[in-house]
Write a protein that binds this ligand. Sequence first.
Ligand code: COA
Length: 259
Amino acid sequence: MVYETILVKIEEGIATVTLNRPEVLNALSNQVFNELADVALTLGADDSVRVVIITGGNKVFAAGADIGQMASATAVAVSSGNHPSHRAFNLLENMPKPVIAAISGYALGGGCELALAADVRIAADNAQLGLPEIKLGILPGGGGTQRLPRLIGSGRAKELIFSGDFINAEEAWRIGLVNKVVPADRLFEEADKMAKRFAARGAVALNMAKSAVNEGLRMDLEAGLQYEHKCFSLLFATEDQKEGMKAFLEKRPAKFQGK
Ligand code: COA
């Protein structure tokens, strides 16, 4: 697929996907959702890619779904659509490798929901996050009413969803919406540093650990513990497990092969 709304760069096992519609503050059109879905599948299947960073560049992450495209939509069209945002965000969330959202400026509506589909969020100190859909007479329909309460709890999520207010990076960190706040001019350096730390770990163990957390959140505790145990047991069939433990005992850094 030739991408027109996103840029993709792969360097030393780290893929950076940059939203590229600056004229509309990276508003997420159906084309963006389709391209994000395709890139999630492509990077997910590319063994040379260990970690993915999603960003909107250094000015804005994304100011939400494309309001111009939504304004004239009918209930029938919306309900019978194939939920392009759900498909894109589900594919990103379920990619078998870590996804880091690097957020600068506004991450609103669908932009915030995109960040919620990532595994980890790093915000620049100029970031503003929010779900302003209520002010447009709708609700966050790209997973916001589901992923946000799972991340920060229902009370805080409802306050953001009901008010439509934006919060700054510090407040987003305080309530657990972002993992880390960094000076704006160090955002990409910090995201890269975190990506490299993840990339140094074994790819199969990373995949399993992500799956154990994601799938476990969809289950009750007992089923989640059983699923965790299956993932844990399977890792003893990998060369990385042998290498990781041997390296520890030999007091040297492990060299993981991802198998
Ligand atoms: N969809 C479509 N276009 C959007 C957009 C969106 N979600 N967000 C911004 N844009 C467009 C604006 O229409 C404007 O286009 P124009 O130059 O042709 O008029 C351009 O991006 C710049 O936005 P502007 O509003 O002029 O910038 P600002 O700095 O004054 O305000 C925001 C920035 C983010 C506060 C404001 O754009 C905004 O509230 N956007 C909508 C946020 C939202 O409700 N998101 C949820 C959507 S479901």
